[in-house]
Design a protein. Structure first.
Length: 161
């Protein structure tokens, strides 16, 4: 696996086995799902530079060190490095320390990516500020379009809990 390829054996909740859900997989999942504002993936050097700028003299990290972490060539970074990575990617530090929480967070990130890629984010942001009555009117329009396209008015609900 290279740093630009997604870890093997993953579905929406991460790899099936603990041996596949290692530090490299967790970091690669963040690079895969959390993107720059233009939609392109961050590079190791971009992330390292941002972390180093924010951390000042007390926290330096290089793009090549991130490459080593992402390729499982290094697997024992400092707690500060992991906290800085979590901060950059806007996930709780527990993502790196608790496998159950990291799988849940990865699943949430994947859902957010799907929402963004499907155009739903654009629709959802336009709902902001509308009254409940306005939201209901939009819901009725969506249901009418679904029926016109031969779909059920209410799609099946996901039950992940």
């Amino acid at each position: 696996m290279t740093a630009n390829e997604p870890p093997q054996g993953q579905d929406d909740t991460g790899p099936a086995t603990d041996t596949e859900w290692n530090l490299a997989s967790k970091i690669n999942r963040l690079f895969e799902v959390v993107r720059r504002p233009d939609g392109k993936p961050y590079t190791n050097d971009e992330v390292a530079a941002a972390i180093s700028r924010k951390g000042g003299e007390g926290l330096k990290i290089s793009g090549s060190y991130l490459w080593y972490l992402r390729n499982n060539e290094r697997d024992n970074p400092t707690k500060k490095h992991l906290e800085a990575l979590a901060g950059f990617f806007d996930v709780p530090p527990a993502y790196f320390f608790d496998d159950e929480k990291s799988r849940a967070i990865a699943s949430e990130l994947e859902l957010l990516l799907k929402i963004k890629n499907s155009g739903l984010e654009r629709i959802a942001t336009r709902l902001s500020g509308l009254s409940p009555r306005g939201v209901e009117a939009i819901t009725q329009v969506i249901e009418s379009v679904r029926m016109a396209e031969g779909l059920e008015p209410n799609p099946p609900q996901r039950h992940d809990d």
